[in-house]
Design a protein around this ligand. Structure first.
Ligand code: ATP
Length: 425
């Protein structure tokens, strides 16, 4: 099965929008045991899009086309497919009716350019797009089954899951593919991508047919695992064994196999211990608290966060001695640890956590250059501080890295039970 992607849009070629649609689709296809043979990005130019489609029609079995289905003059995908297929565009009455109803419900008349979205290549299959206005189109041209999808990711992704992947899956089942595949990914923190790849390097030898890959969305690193087998059950069995071997090697660095955020996983561990947490943040300016409060029910766990950005805020809000801060340095192990202890006591939490750092571009010292941060936690049963330097300094990376480091300390303490005290104390 040869699958290609064709992305349209000037915005993808002038640096204003990153093509995330193809990366997303490639990951979905990989999970099915297939890979995209080729992808192409073309401008909003009718001749160029139609020529690309004609070429793809001669060699691919399937092609996902993203973008250019909207109402504006630069939306040319339907017209291009009609040209490539050598058919006219025709009005699709149900889509026209739906668009008119959509406009009416907003107290508007349907404008002629909006009505353009209902002009589809003659002979194509028109599928209602529940996530937007432009319909989803499928059409066979030459040897290739084309799927036209909107460029907007929040429309493209669910349509693809519901309308495209089932067609590909069915094709694979009916064209005698003898192998079945099972896929998952383990999301990790507090481990470098290279280190993760090294730790699990022997897994493919231990589980024939297993393919592994790594991916970074800083500061998370993801381990992708795809197992194959003669039947779906066999593929699932191999995958389960490989996952458990990978988990054994990676330990608590794996925080989920699913979609929960790192903050959510941290909160779940705290909830299991019935522990509360209080934060004192400097260079992260409340980012750690923001990540935690994205999770519903965070108030059961997070008592509060003090953004103590300046020396005087560290003294006035946390009660740290100004001379001590001057002596140790605002970004230092001692001050970060003292902040964690102070905020824990002030708010009466089981765990206090604190962050200081040089987010850049200014600041830094010879010992702690820009990009350095400290994260600390404190509880009656233990305290810990970590220091890290984020390479290739960029302010956001330092801040995100520091917030995740604090969350990691909190989660690890809750897993180990090495900090904090039982709620009834
Ligand atoms: P609409 O009906 O909203 O106009 P459309 O199918 O015409 O949808 P485009 O106009 O091509 O889609 O793109 C709409 C927006 O979707 C773009 O401005 C861009 O923000 C986003 N987008 C388009 N293509 C991609 C892509 N390949 N990856 C990520 N985002 C994309």
């Amino acid at each position: 099965m040869r699958v290609e992607i064709l992305c349209t849009g000037n915005e993808l070629l002038d640096g204003s929008v990153v093509d995330t649609n193809s990366a997303w689709f490639e990951a979905r296809l990989f999970a099915l045991g297939e890979e995209v043979a080729e992808k192409r990005v073309v401008p909003d130019d009718l001749g160029v899009i139609a020529a690309a489609m004609k070429e793809i029609a001669t060699r691919a079995d399937f092609c996902v086309v993203s973008g250019g289905l909207g109402p504006t003059p630069d939306d040319l995908t339907m017209e291009a497919l009609a040209l490539a297929a050598g058919v006219p565009l025709v009005d699709h009455a149900p889509t026209l009716e739906r668009l008119a109803g959509w406009a009416k419900s907003r107290g508007r008349e349907l404008t002629p350019n909006q009505a353009r979205q209902a002009r589809v290549p003659s002979g194509s299959q028109v599928i209602t797009n529940e996530y937007g206005t432009a319909p989803h189109i499928q059409m066979k041209v030459g040897r290739c089954h084309f799927f036209l999808l909107p460029g907007v990711p929040r429309e493209m992704m669910p349509l693809c899951d519901e309308q495209v992947l089932p067609v590909l899956q069915k094709h694979l089942e009916t064209t005698g593919r003898t192998e079945s595949y099972a896929f998952t990914q383990l999301r990790c923190t507090n481990i470098w991508e290279a280190e993760m790849a090294w730790v699990v390097r022997d897994l493919p030898k231990a589980f024939p047919g297993l393919r592994i890959g790594t991916r970074t969305t800083f500061p998370e690193n993801h381990l992708k695992l795809r197992a194959s087998g003669a039947t779906p059950e066999e593929a699932n069995r191999t995958l389960a064994m490989a996952v458990s071997a990978a988990r054994e090697k990676l330990g608590t660095k794996v925080f989920t196999e699913g979609t929960r955020s790192f903050a959510q996983c941290t909160l779940d561990e705290l909830r299991a211990r019935r522990w509360t947490v209080a934060l004192a943040e400097s260079c992260t300016g409340g980012l750690c608290a923001a990540l935690i409060t994205e999770v519903a029910g965070a108030s059961e766990v997070l008592l509060g966060s003090a953004v103590t950005y300046t020396l005087s805020a560290k003294s006035r809000l946390l009660g740290l001695d100004a001379a001590f801060i001057e002596r140790e340095g605002a970004v230092s192990e001692a001050v970060t640890q003292a902040m964690a202890t102070a905020v824990r006591k002030k708010l009466g939490a089981d765990i206090g956590a604190a962050i200081t750092g040089w987010a850049g571009p200014g600041g830094g010292t010879a010992k702690d250059p820009v990009g350095t941060f400290y994260a600390a936690i404190d509880g009656p049963a233990g305290s810990r501080v970590v220091r890290s330097e984020v390479p290739l300094v960029d302010r956001e990376r330092v801040r995100r890295g520091a917030a995740f480091a604090a969350l990691h300390l909190i989660r690890q303490a809750a897993i180990d039970g090495t900090a904090g005290r039982p709620k009834q104390d």
